[in-house]
Design a protein around this ligand. Structure first.
Ligand SMILES: [Zn+2]
Length: 62
């Protein structure tokens, strides 16, 4: 399980692989893996979002 963030609307989904179409904005979006892989935010099995990665990835949104 990983957490994917839609780079169009910022919606996150917890699935193994990113969906082709975002369930929130219904568009074909680029999904970024924002899963937590460090113990700081709960580890890979937590299903948590790594806030640092989340914020970093959001910088690319126009
Ligand atoms: Zn979206």
């Amino acid at each position: 399980m990983a957490v994917w963030k839609c780079n169009n609307c910022g919606n996150t989904v917890n699935v193994a692989a990113p969906p082709e179409t975002c369930p929130s904005c219904k568009k074909k979006c680029e999904f970024v893996d924002v899963s937590c892989y460090t113990p700081d935010c709960g580890g890979p099995d937590s299903g948590n979002v790594d806030e640092k990665v989340f914020v970093e990835s959001s910088k690319g949104i126009k």
